[in-house]
Design a protein around this ligand. Structure first.
Ligand code: CP
Ligand code: NVA
Length: 308
């Protein structure tokens, strides 16, 4: 008998494209079942560990586990022994004996990866300084709903070269869309992506775009940084006017109104931010279903869930 590998959800490039697409398809299926959720996670527990603030990630994972019959334990990382008194390995080994999966939000992606090497249960990246893959699954679910496709679209990103931008850039080759990133020159990084281009001309980036995306200019942990460099990258009505007439505006939230995006854009019909936030819940369910499949997740009869 061969042992199946643990399904960690750490960073999009770690996971085969077909698996990512199947997870997204399952998110649609699970959303369609939102009023009769299959009890996939009966008897299973998820530990949720945070060393940064969160509203959407914490709520969506918690509700996802509970609606599908599971349990959650939320821990503040600074109250755990790992913050000073215990090794990553010991924490990983012990948590593996108590729960069926770990969702963790922490600054260091390297530490997240190290933790995953010692666990015998799946680890899910709930955001690191490097990437935010769960967010992008929800974002793509939203794009598919609003535009009926993802492939071939032009997505334009404005502002910081950050964790959320990196996950969008990693997704571009998987779903075969074009991503144009308008990022200030001093913040550019030499990273290879496919289907991704960079510019300092925000108006050019927005031209004929189907999807306009931005994020805070000051990510968690960067408080106090100067933001004047971002002024030309604000999403406002002039910038939206460059995009397709039916372009949508997306933001992972939390939003700093009047900085990266104006209230006018947020109040316009183009804004899909609350649908995007809701989709964190449906995407989380599908990510958890894939991660926990070796932990006893059983597909209920009559619930057609894609195979990975
Ligand atoms: N978008 C997102 O991850 O939100 P939270 O920081 O509230 O979890
Ligand atoms: N880039 C932001 C995303 C928040 C969900 C941050 O890291 O704070």
């Amino acid at each position: 008998m061969t042992t199946k590998p643990v399904n960690h959800f750490l960073d999009l490039p770690d996971i085969p494209a077909e698996t990512l697409k199947a997870i997204l398809a399952n998110a649609q299926t699970l959303k369609a079942h939102k009023f009769n959720p299959p009890q996939l996670f009966e008897g299973l527990s998820l530990a949720m560990v945070f060393d940064k603030r969160s509203t959407r990630t914490r709520m969506s994972f918690e509700v996802a586990m509970k609606q599908l019959g599971g349990h959650t334990i939320v821990m503040n990382m600074e109250e755990m022994q790992i913050s000073g008194a215990e090794s990553i390995e010991d924490t990983a080994q012990v948590l593996s004996r108590f729960v069926d999966g770990i969702m963790i939000r922490m600054s260091s992606h390297e530490t997240l990866v190290e933790l995953s090497k010692y666990t015998t249960i799946p680890v899910i990246n709930g955001l690191t300084d490097w990437s935010h893959p769960c967010q992008i699954m929800a974002d793509l679910l939203t794009v598919e709903e609003k535009k009926s496709r993802i492939e071939g679209l032009k997505v334009a990103w404005f502002g910081d070269f950050n964790n959320v931008m990196r996950s969008w850039a990693q997704a571009a080759s998987v779903w075969n869309f074009d991503l144009v990133c308008a990022v200030p020159e001093p913040l550019m990084k030499d990273e290879p992506f496919q289907n991704v281009s960079f510019t300092q001309d925000a108006m050019l980036a927005a031209k004929d775009a189907d999807v306009i995306v931005t994020d805070t200019w000051v990510s968690m942990g960067q408080e106090g940084k100067s933001i004047s460099i971002f002024d030309p990258y604000q999403v406002n009505t002039d910038l939206m006017a460059q995009a397709q007439d039916d372009a949508i505006f997306m933001h992972c939230m939390p939003i700093h109104r009047g900085e990266e995006v104006t209230n006018e854009v947020l109040a316009s019909p183009a804004s899909v931010i609350y649908d995007e936030a809701e989709n964190r819940l449906h995407a989380q369910k599908a990510i958890l279903a894939w991660c926990l499949e070796n932990s006893g997740v059983k597909i209920q009869e009559g619930e057609k869930i894609n195979e990975y």
